[in-house]
Design a protein around this ligand. Structure first.
Ligand code: PLP
Length: 452
């Protein structure tokens, strides 16, 4: 039997995260060197390494008997808990009726893009998940390149919006940001919100990394600044290290009653509701408790320590430029200073750069610029500093909290040796590239002289 795949699906490109997975697996199974059995220095995967908080695990076990379908927007206990969570952590008063629960924020963002008419504005660099969804839905979209500070410029946003014909535009704001790890402060958000009001721009504010903000008092939700035009998405995946639970939520803008009805229609058509036991488990994750609060503090401190180390160790390599991350477990390393050396040794695109770093003898996995919606020749890469045993490191942190700068460095050396060695591999790679590039130039000059 020959199956015919729908053309719409045929036309979709493989999402970047799947491409990356396939590439790493293929590399692994085809690698002839014995060293390959070790695996690789994993700077590529965007997953929190910590265990799911115990109280969530226990709540899941306790609610394993809940076999009935849940209400489409989520069980009332969960919507209430999320409302209180928003009050406690983000200072927002949100009626639980404005909250819809879904199987991860990725799905909810997709659902929002389904119901919202208009051209999508996608600031770059961007998380690799947005573009395949926009393309799948055949929406009009425009990239908005950020400048050297890697944040949206309100003026550039205004200029772009003025060029767009649609009466409604949708801005995807990701704060704190994947891949840069940067946080927008209140003033920056207010300036963006002013342009959005003026130009009728609806915002999808993806705040999945909010609770990882190292200095949490600095985090401000766009939902607070532009409540009438912002959809805020958040969930369990990053803050609670529970991506596999597939639970996210969206807070609708104030007064969006009609829209909620349309949204409910979509959710009921596509997936009915999130798994009921998972929703009960999530209540324990969103309820305010000492356990969860301590979990947030410990995990964000460890992310910060790992981030500081990675930032300093990488910027120590001459030519590497990074803006220090404020949140998440990522930073964006700019290797463009090596551009001509890379071109000289036939590494002409960011994809080639990722491929060259993964092969023997480097074994280092990064996410290259092409997967971050950057130009193919932009040698920037996302570095995720999470390649360590989260459960062990969490315990070691509690047993002996590193205080001084040297304690913190020692903490990384002891607890995350693969992060330390991985950075050294990146250094070695660029040293080798420079050497090969010099050798290449010399041999080109020689052959030129011999032909003359
Ligand atoms: C910026 C960003 N948004 C959304 C997601 C997806 O989150 P969820 O697991 O809630 O679908 C991710 C996951 O990597 C992400 O990095």
């Amino acid at each position: 039997m020959k199956f015919v795949v729908d053309q719409q699906v045929e036309d979709i490109e493989m999402p970047e995260n799947l491409k990356l997975n396939t590439f790493l697996q293929e590399f692994h199974s085809n690698c002839p060197h014995p060293e390959c059995s070790f695996g690789f220095y994993g700077f590529a995967f965007g997953q929190s390494p910590f265990p799911v908080p115990k109280i969530i695990q226990e709540a899941l076990i306790k609610n394993a008997d809940k076999g009935a379908y849940a209400a489409v927007p989520g069980i009332p206990e969960l919507r209430n808990a999320i409302s209180k969570y928003n009050k406690h952590y983000f200072g927002m008063d949100i009626d639980p009726k404005r909250i819809y629960v879904g199987p991860g924020t990725k799905e909810l963002i997709f659902n929002l893009l389904e119901i919202l008419h208009g051209t999508v504005i996608l600031p770059t660099p961007a998380w690799l998940g947005y573009l395949p969804q926009i393309r799948f839905l055949k929406k009009n979209y425009h990239m908005l390149s950020t400048r050297s500070n890697k944040k949206i410029s309100p003026n550039d946003l205004r200029k772009l919006a003025l060029r767009l014909q649609d009466r409604q535009k949708i801005l995807i704001l990701n704060n704190p940001n994947n891949p840069t790890g940067l946080l927008y402060d209140q003033l920056e958000l207010e300036e963006i919100a002013d342009v959005c009001r003026e130009q009728n721009i609806t915002v999808i504010s993806d705040e999945i990394y909010a609770l990882t903000t190292y200095n949490f008092s600095k985090f401000v939700s766009m939902g607070k600044i532009y409540p009438e035009g912002t959809f805020v998405t958040n969930g369990l995946s990053k803050s609670h290290a529970a991506g596999g639970y597939r639970l996210g939520y969206v807070v609708f803008p104030q007064h969006a009653v009609d829209l909620k009805i349309q949204f409910k229609k979509i959710l009921a058509t596509e997936y009915t509701a999130v798994s009921t036991p998972i929703q009960h488990a999530a209540v324990a994750g969103f309820e305010i408790s000492k356990d969860i609060d301590e979990y947030f503090q410990v995990t964000r401190n460890i992310h910060q320590i790992m981030g500081e180390y990675t930032y300093h160790a990488l910027t120590d390599i001459e030519g590497v430029k990074i803006i220090k991350p404020d949140a998440t477990f990522y930073l964006l390393a700019d290797f463009n200073a090596f551009s001509s050396d890379l071109q000289n040794v036939k590494i002409s695109t960011s994809q080639k750069l990722s491929e060259s770093l993964i092969v023997h003898p480097y074994h280092t996995a990064i996410v290259g610029g092409d997967s971050l919606v950057l130009e193919r020749t932009d040698f920037s890469a996302r570095i995720a500093y999470v390649d360590y045993d989260g459960a062990k490191v969490y315990k070691n942190y509690l047993d002996n909290k590193p205080k001084s700068l040297s304690d913190r460095e020692e903490f990384v050396r002891t607890n995350a040796p693969k992060v330390v060695s991985g950075v050294e591999m990146i250094r070695k790679f660029f040293d080798d590239v420079k050497k090969k590039s010099i050798a290449e130039t010399t041999s080109q000059k020689k052959s030129l002289t011999s032909t003359i």
